[in-house]
Write a protein that binds this ligand. Structure first.
Ligand code: ZN
Ligand code: FE
Ligand code: FE
Ligand code: FE
Length: 166
């Protein structure tokens, strides 16, 4: 029997993938709080860590509702994105330049999530799971807001400082 016979199977697979990705992110964010120098950036990561924990709980509720296990999948893409961000912080960099780099890596992570949640929200709609679609949309909005916040921090505060040589 094929593992992925229907859109519903693919939906469940994608939920497991993003569930694992969120868990990896929740483990990586405290380190990003530590590595960031700009206080507003630290705070943005702290806030998003709280949100991420909520998002994990939201996915668990969805798993319960669908009566599926969410564990057992590894999101290799998120593993790679997080690895790259760790590579960056290990480099000898000026604080402001490091902050700019951390934001770049964090935005790659948010964009991955935006893509993943957009997909599962549409699958939920296609499968007539309106309530689940709404919950996934809520997370999608949080990811989009996090990305926008990082954008603003980079453009208004971090990038201009990183331009100046010390
Ligand atoms: Zn996968
Ligand atoms: Fe998330
Ligand atoms: Fe993945
Ligand atoms: Fe996120």
């Amino acid at each position: 029997m094929k593992n992925l016979k229907t859109l519903e199977d693919l939906f469940h697979h994608q939920l497991r993938d993003i569930y694992n990705a969120e868990q990896q992110i929740s483990k990586a964010l405290p380190e990003m709080v530590e590595e960031a120098s700009e206080n507003n950036l630290k705070q943005a990561f702290k806030d998003h860590l709280d949100e991420t924990k909520n998002q994990i709980a939201r996915l668990e509720k969805i798993g319960d509702r669908l009566d599926i296990e969410l564990t057992g999948e590894t999101c290799d893409a998120m593993k790679g994105l997080i690895e790259e961000s760790k590579e960056l912080v290990s480099k000898d960099a000026d604080d402001n330049v490091r902050d700019a780099g951390i934001i770049a890596d964090a935005q790659r992570i948010e964009h991955y999530e935006i893509s993943a949640y957009g997909t599962v929200r549409e699958y939920a709609k296609a499968l007539d799971e309106r309530e689940i679609a709404d919950q996934l949309n809520q997370t999608l909005q949080e990811e989009a807001n996090a990305d926008e916040k990082l954008n603003k921090l980079a453009m208004d505060a971090v990038n201009p400082k990183a331009k100046v040589q010390k």
